[in-house]
Design a protein around this ligand. Structure first.
Ligand SMILES: [Zn+2]
Length: 318
C-alpha cells in the first residue's frame, strides 16, 4: 500500500488521514508491531572489569627498590594524549545537509509537486559524482553534532547526505549509488512502515548499519512533533522508535529528524530531556531556534535544481 502523494506536501488533515489509513491497514488501528527482536540483537551489558592487583599502586614500603625494579621511564609513562584541536564557535562554517526521500524514476502518476520530492537515480548519481569530483567528504550525524557542539573538526568539504521515511528505494537504488561514489549517509527511519510493501525491512536497516551507514530515528508514524498532546504521544513517537532501533542495531541512535522539518521550542526541550543529542529541522521552517543543536538545518534536495542552485545549496545560499 503506497500513497502517491508524499505526506510532507499535502494539507495536514489529509496527511493525518493518510497516516491513519496507513496505520489502520497495517493493523486495524493497532500500533504496528515492529519485527520482534531476537535476544541476540540486544547488546550485552558492559561488564565492569575488576582492577587487577597490578593496577593498584604499590604502597610505600621500607624496602628500597632495587634499580632493576624501577621500570625505564620511557616505557612507564603512558603516551600523552594529543589534544584534539577545536574550532572556536565564531570560526565554524556551514555544513550542508541534503535530505532525500524516494529515489526512482518519475511516473505519469507523479504530479509536478510530487516530483520535487522524488529524486531520479540519474540526478542523484550526477550530484554524487560532482561531490566526489570536487573532493567532498560525507559526514554522519554524530560528526555534525560534535562539530557544532564542541568544535571538533570535520574533514575538508563536509556534506551530510540524509534519506528520510524508510522508503525501499533508498536501499535498492540509493545505496548502490552511495557505494559507487564512496559516500556514507544517514537514514532517518520512520519505524511504523518497516517491513511493509515498498519500504525498508528491519533486516535492510540492519544491513545498512553493518555496511557503515548511519541509522537514526524519525518517529513512529511521522506525526509532527508540534501535535503531540499526551505523554503517550511523546513516548510512542520519540522514545520507542529510538529504543527499537537501538535494540535492533546494538548501539545508540541519539539523533532525531523532525517530521516535515517542523519543530518548536517545547519539542526541542523534550528531545533534549529525552537524552537525544541533536535534532534536524528543514530550512523551510524558520521558527527561531532556542536550542541550536535541536534545530540543525537540512534542506530537501530538489531534482529541479539547476547546477548553480545545487552549488548554492552546498554553500548555504538561497
Ligand atoms: Zn519524513
Amino acid at each position: 500500500m503506497r500513497t502517491t502523494t508524499p505526506c510532507w506536501q499535502v494539507p495536514r488533515g489529509l496527511c493525518l488521514l493518510t497516516l491513519a489509513l496507513l496505520v489502520a491497514l497495517g493493523g486495524c488501528g493497532q500500533r504496528a508491531t515492529p519485527t520482534p527482536l531476537s535476544p541476540a540483537a540486544v547488546p550485552p551489558t558492559a561488564t565492569a572489569v575488576p582492577l587487577s592487583p597490578a593496577a593498584v599502586p604499590p604502597t610505600a614500603t621500607a624496602v628500597p627498590p632495587t634499580p632493576a625494579a624501577v621500570p625505564p621511564t620511557a616505557t612507564a609513562v603512558p603516551p600523552t594524549a594529543t589534544p584534539v584541536p577545536t574550532i572556536p564557535a565564531a570560526a565554524r562554517g556551514y555544513v550542508p545537509i541534503l535530505c532525500y526521500h524516494q529515489v526512482r524514476e518519475w511516473t505519469a502518476d507523479d504530479s509536478e509537486e510530487d516530483r520535487a520530492y522524488i529524486m531520479p537515480p540519474a540526478i542523484l548519481a550526477a550530484q554524487l559524482a560532482y561531490l566526489q569530483r570536487e573532493g567532498y567528504h560525507s559526514v554522519r550525524a554524530a560528526q555534525v553534532h560534535a562539530y557544532y557542539a564542541f568544535g571538533q573538526p570535520l574533514p575538508p568539504k563536509p556534506v551530510m547526505l540524509s534519506f528520510d521515511d524508510s522508503d525501499g528505494t533508498q536501499y535498492t537504488v540509493a545505496r548502490p549509488l552511495l557505494h559507487d561514489y564512496g559516500f556514507s549517509a544517514t537514514f532517518f527511519i520512520m519505524t511504523v512502515v518497516l517491513g511493509k510493501a515498498g519500504y525498508l525491512s528491519a533486516a535492510q536497516v540492519q544491513g545498512l548499519d553493518r555496511e557503515g551507514f548511519d541509522i537514526q530515528p524519525h518517529t513512529w508514524d511521522h506525526h509532527m512533533v508540534t501535535q503531540y498532546q499526551t505523554e503517550h504521544d511523546w513516548v510512542q513517537q520519540i522514545v520507542e522508535p529510538r529504543q527499537y532501533l537501538e535494540r535492533l542495531l546494538g548501539h545508540p541512535t541519539p539523533f532525531f529528524a523532525y517530521p516535515y522539518g517542523v519543530y518548536d521550542a517545547a519539542a526541542a526541550q523534550r528531545l533534549h530531556f529525552s537524552s537525544y543529542l541533536a535534532a534536524f529541522r528543514l530550512r523551510e521552517d524558520l521558527d527561531p531556534a532556542t536550542e541550536p543543536l535541536f534545530a540543525i538545518e537540512r534542506r530537501i534536495a530538489n531534482p529541479y535544481w539547476t547546477h548553480d542552485q545545487f552549488l548554492a545549496a552546498l554553500q548555504g545560499g538561497p
